[in-house]
Design a protein around this ligand. Sequence first.
Ligand code: SAM
Ligand code: SF4
Length: 318
Amino acid sequence: MKDSFGREIKYARISITDLCNLRCKYCMPEEGIRKKACSEILNIEDYVIIAKALVDLGIEKIRITGGEPLVRKGLLSLVRQIGAIEGLKNLAITTNGILLPKYGEELYKAGIKNVNISLDSLDPEKYKDITRGGNLSDVLAGIENSIELGFEKVKINVVLIQDFNDDEIEKFVRLTEKKPIDVRFIELMPFKGQHELALGKYLPGDVVLEKVPDLQAIDDEDSSSPARYYKLEGALGRVGLINPLSHKFCDRCNRLRITADGFILSCLHSRKEIDLKGSLDDPDKLKELILKSINEKPLSHNLEKGELMDRDMINIGG
Ligand code: SAM
Ligand code: SF4
């Protein structure tokens, strides 16, 4: 499946809830978000129907995300069903890690191959502050547990936030010395609800290379990856930079996004979204809408020119 600019679309991210057990300051309002009525949000079977249509059309990798996917009832059943779809090569999940000690093993058995865990500070008080109440030891236990279980890849996602975690960059990088993990630094993006914080606290990803000059650039086997990868000499893991603002990667973007309420977006920052809910019992129509979204995938976002996203990250799933 190629889009109108010749990009091969192989990867879909499916958000399965807007709800979360944390309240990260750059992502969620303090009071949380309104819980949607059951009729607004898709049920587990609906996500499986969409996943099957996506794989039929050539999607090879699916990532389950949210909100926080581990709080969604029925998650394990969903993972088992999506993991069993013939033709799907990789099933991954992005989580804040808090519930990984509880569900990690079941997720591994159900077919998850890659786990991305979000962690913006290694200091318990700062972690509690940025997540508005999270417990750092829970996430660290989730990371250790994931490494021990033997997921193919365990990645830590760190959003770079000025005057918050710039003093911890080296400490994060050093985690890769002895652990077989990727630590990836992500530039803070300006979304509607939280954009004031995002605009004031943005740090370009290259600051990581300034703080840790002994990082050496390496090639990534996955040429569509948004991350540029680096390594410390002799380290077990890698360091990635995901720089959507300072080094746009739209030219190699291969992804689609499905929101928890059943819309398809072909770009994280596009205002064009197509409602799939009414077509779930008509496989041909469903595929037609997915193809329409791919055809309309924009060439690039314009965040660096001050454009903001209408939906918040929590509604799209990162
Ligand atoms: N709750 C899960 C988690 O935190 O990993 C999955 C959903 S979360 C929306 C997905 C990713 O988006 C997280 O790594 C989070 O740090 C990132 N994120 C949220 N808001 C962001 C923003 N404004 N800029 C950059 N990344 C953001
Ligand atoms: Fe929740 Fe993830 Fe957003 Fe933090 S980044 S509030 S953990 S959805």
